[in-house]
Structures are given as structure tokens and as C-alpha cells.
Design a protein around this ligand. Structure first.
Ligand code: GDP
Ligand code: IMO
Ligand code: MG
Length: 429
């Protein structure tokens, strides 16, 4: 059985957590393969909302193996908080969670370095979530990092202190008044709790599951436009967020990749700094933010909002080899007289239909096509046949433009507000 991948095609927050939870009953394993607690994946069911940062979104379904793969970076403190929140909701986390020994660990000074680096950048800051993601991946590629498997070593404390001291030197050079002593207490408490978890050689586990013909869903974090190679560099995260990363972040050979579910909002959002050609810094953007409750699940920051950007979407589809599109949050657009879709960009006297190398230093003006909106609310719709005609036309328009079918449409945050394009509501619960 192949490994299917679900990932975001925009700048994150496309609704990955919700859809992974909906799809999980079709799978035996759900695995995160990159990113860390910069992610905030929201799930809603039975009137309750849950936000996950490190733990895969399959955790609420019985009998599922949830794996945090080697490509992920883990903050023991955040993980501890996340686990406690789940335990208080009667989720048996220990039973369903395996953590790769090769995943890297975020230590308190990684977070301090993140903050110091952003402070140094001043106006040019990335708008990081300040969870220590960049510095931890830097230590990974710099071959200095600490891994989950190191927690099993007797001299973990010494290894930790060696890395921390290196960080303190760097922080001094950056003139940052960082003192990690208080955070270290919480860190080592969390590390002790973490040691009770099931550490695994997840590449073996995953490949065994493949051989046993079990279905695996790889859950992406962030979005393709935040990818370290293909995103709007330098305003990106520090990992590869694309399909290929599921291979390196889990130890899966490319030939085992099956379907690639690319998820996108019916409009666009971005949190943090960086280019966003279709951004609406006006009343319309404000209206989308309000209707879509566009505030970050990790930091609470208001998300920047804008219209759907087809050149960007097509680029993400190409890089990821998307086989199925999933559209989320079209319900937020109900009531707009006209919906705009960016088809091209105007830049330096040219009209182009792709994302240029430099999106930071040159002006990029979106060229729009106007599409009639729909007035009806979509949140209560339970089958495709109930879609307003204008909304069906919008779906068809995007499918034509991208040449990829939209196989799932999400019309609200709840698990049940999910429609397969077969005309039937999903048997989600
Ligand atoms: P993720 O990071 O991709 O998992 O997405 P987030 O959880 O950060 O942000 C998506 C937000 O939209 C969450 O608050 C979800 O509950 C919500 N959401 C997901 N799908 C829909 C939808 O179809 N309609 C509406 N209105 N909200 C949705
Ligand atoms: P999910 O998985 C949206 C953004 C940050 C910042 C940039 C770098 O919930 O979709 P980092 O903390 O990685 O150094 O931040 O990336 N960012 C996200 N934006 N959703 C996310 O995750 C994000 N993770 C990072 O806002 O612009
Ligand atoms: Mg999110």
C-alpha cells in the first residue's frame, strides 16, 4: 500500500488538521514528517476544538498509530503541554503515539536564538513563531543537534550543556541578555516525562507497515509557499514542506508515495512577513479575516488575507505532484458579490503567469478575473447537489485552471462539514 501525503499548498493554515482527522479512518498510520511546534493544527468535533502542534492529527481516532517522524523538531515542553491537554480530554496518548529517535530536540536556547535573530533583523524580520525552529534545523544541518535517541544516553545532560554553552556564546555575540536557567527546569521536567513515551526507529516501523500493506497518511505542516527551497525565501520556514519531504522525514522511498492531497483555502492567508501579491489591506481583507476567524492557531496573530492566487497554486501543485485538491473555507466567501482570482502578475512591465525568482525586491501586481459570488450560506450543506450554482462554477473554474480535480470540499470547521465530490457526505464519525 502506498503512503499518501496531505499537505498545504499556500502559506500554511489551510485546514490540514481538520482534513487529516476526517481522512484518518481510512488509514492505519498517520505520520508527521517535518516542522515542529510552529504548526497549529485545529480539529473540531462534538462541539469542541483541539489544537495540535507536534502530535499527528490522527490521535483522536481509536486504533491508529501516530508517528512523529525523524524530520520533525520537538520541543519537550510544548509536547508535554499538548499531551496534558489530550489526557484531560480522555485521549489515551501513550497508546497511540510513537516518536522517532532521529527527530531533533528544541532546547530553550534555540528559542532564545530565534528571538535574538529576529530582533537583529529588525524591520526585515521573518515573523517567526519564535518556537526555535530555525536554530534547531541549523544545528541539525550543522551537525550539532540533539536527537530524541540521545535522551536514552546516560550523558544526555553533558551533551545538552555542550550545546547550550555554544548557544550562550552565540547569544553573547548577538548582545542578547538571555538566561535559560528558569526554562531549563521546565525543560528537564518535560524531558523526564518524554522519556516515558515510546521512542522508535520510525523508518523501520513505517517500512514494516508498508510491507504489511497498511495504509499510511503523511501529514504536512506549514505550506508549500513556506518551503525552505521553493517558498518566498527568505520569508519561509526552515524545513522542506513539500511531498519530497515525506520521503526524507519518514524514511520512505519515493516509489511508495501514492496520492498527494493538496489542500488550499478558497482564498489566501499568510501570517508573518513576506511577499503576498493578492493581499487585501482594506475592508475586504478585514471582512475575510472576520468571517474566517483568521487568527493564528499557534501565536494568535491576525492572519493577512487576500484572494486566491492561481500562479502560486499552480506552482505548488507542480512541485508537489498533487493528485487531488481539497478546498477549504469557501463558506467564508458566502455573501461576497464578486470573488476575485489572480490569474497573472504584472511585474516590471511584463505580464507573467508564474512566481518569479525575486518577489521581495520587485513590485508584483496581481491581474484578476472576477467571478460571480454566491449569497447562500454553505455551512449546513451536506451534499454537492446543494451547492449554489455560482459556487459549483467557482469549483469548476479552479479545476479547469489547475487541471486537478477537487475531490473534497470543506464547508466549516467541524469534522462533519466535509463533502466528497461524489455528492455524498463523508462517513466521518
Ligand atoms: P492547519 O494549520 O492547516 O491545520 O490549519 P489551522 O488549524 O491553523 O487553521 C484553519 C482554521 O480554519 C481552523 O480554525 C479550522 O478550525 C478552520 N477550518 C478548517 N476548515 C474550515 C472550513 O471549511 N470552513 C471554516 N469556516 N473553517 C474551517
Ligand atoms: P501550520 O502547520 C502558518 C510561518 C511564520 C513565519 C514563517 C517562519 O499551522 O500551517 P518559523 O516559526 O517556522 O520560523 O516561522 O513561517 N509559519 C506558519 N504560518 N502556519 C504554520 O504552520 C506556520 N509555521 C510557520 O508565521 O512567517
Ligand atoms: Mg495552522
Amino acid at each position: 500500500m502506498p503512503v499518501d501525503v496531505l499537505l498545504g499548498l499556500q502559506w500554511g493554515d489551510e485546514g490540514k488538521g481538520k482534513i487529516v482527522d476526517v481522512l484518518t479512518p481510512e488509514y492505519s498510520v498517520v505520520a508527521r514528517f517535518q516542522g515542529g511546534p510552529n504548526a497549529g493544527h485545529t480539529l473540531e468535533f462534538e462541539g469542541r476544538k483541539h489544537v495540535l502542534h507536534t502530535i499527528p492529527s490522527g490521535i483522536f481516532r481509536e486504533g491508529i498509530v501516530n508517528i512523529v517522524g525523524n524530520g520533525v523538531v520537538i520541543d519537550p515542553v510544548t509536547l508535554q503541554k499538548e499531551m496534558s491537554a489530550l489526557v484531560s480530554r480522555n485521549v489515551d496518548v501513550n497508546k497511540g503515539l510513537d516518536i522517532s529517535r532521529k527527530a531533533h530536540i528544541i532546547i530553550p536556547t534555540h528559542r532564545m536564538l530565534d528571538a535574538a535573530s529576529e530582533a537583529q533583523k529588525g524591520k526585515e524580520k521573518i515573523g517567526s513563531t519564535l518556537r526555535g525552529i530555525g536554530p534547531t534545523y541549523m544545528d541539525k544541518t550543522g551537525r550539532n543537534g540533539l536527537r530524541v535517541g540521545d535522551l536514552e544516553a546516560r550523558d544526555f545532560r553533558e551533551r545538552y550543556e555542550k550545546l547550550r554553552n555554544k548557544h550562550l556564546e552565540l547569544l553573547k555575540q548577538m548582545e542578547s541578555p538571555a538566561d535559560p536557567r528558569e526554562d531549563e527546569v521546565a525543560f528537564f521536567d518535560a524531558v523526564n516525562e518524554m522519556r516515558k513515551l515510546n521512542f522508535v526507529d520510525s523508518e523501520h516501523l513505517v517500512n514494516r507497515q508498508i510491507q504489511e500493506k497498511k495504509k499510511i497518511l503523511a501529514e504536512g505542516a506549514q505550506g508549500s509557499l513556506l518551503d525552505i527551497d521553493f517558498g518566498s525565501y527568505p520569508f519561509v520556514t526552515s524545513s522542506n514542506t513539500i511531498t519530497a519531504s515525506a520521503c526524507t522525514g519518514l524514511g520512505v522511498a519515493p516509489r511508495h508515495i501514492g496520492r498527494v492531497y493538496g489542500i488550499f483555502k478558497a482564498y489566501c492567508t499568510r501570517v508573518g512577513s513576506g511577499p503576498f501579491p493578492t493581499e487585501l489591506e482594506n475592508e475586504t481583507g478585514e471582512a475575510i479575516r472576520k468571517a474566517g476567524n483568521e487568527f493564528g492557531a499557534t501565536t494568535g496573530r491576525p492572519r493577512r488575507c487576500g484572494w486566491l492566487d492561481l500562479p502560486a497554486l499552480k506552482y505548488a501543485i507542480m512541485i508537489n505532484g498533487v493528485t487531488d485538491l481539497i478546498m477549504t473555507k469557501p463558506d467564508v466567501l458566502s455573501g461576497f458579490e464578486t470573488i476575485r482570482v489572480c490569474t497573472h502578475y504584472h511585474t516590471e512591465g511584463n505580464v507573467i503567469d508564474f512566481m518569479p525568482f525575486d518577489m521581495v525586491h520587485r513590485s508584483i501586481e496581481p491581474v484578476y478575473e472576477d467571478i460571480p459570488g454566491w449569497h447562500q450560506a454553505l455551512t449546513g450543506v451536506i451534499s454537492e447537489s446543494e451547492f449554489p450554482k455560482a459556487f459549483s462554477d467557482y469549483i469548476a473554474y479552479v479545476e479547469r485552471a489547475t487541471a486537478v480535480p477537487i475531490s473534497i470540499v470543506s464547508v466549516g470547521p467541524d469534522r462533519k462539514q466535509t463533502i466528497r465530490r461524489t455528492g455524498k457526505i463523508m462517513q466521518a464519525v
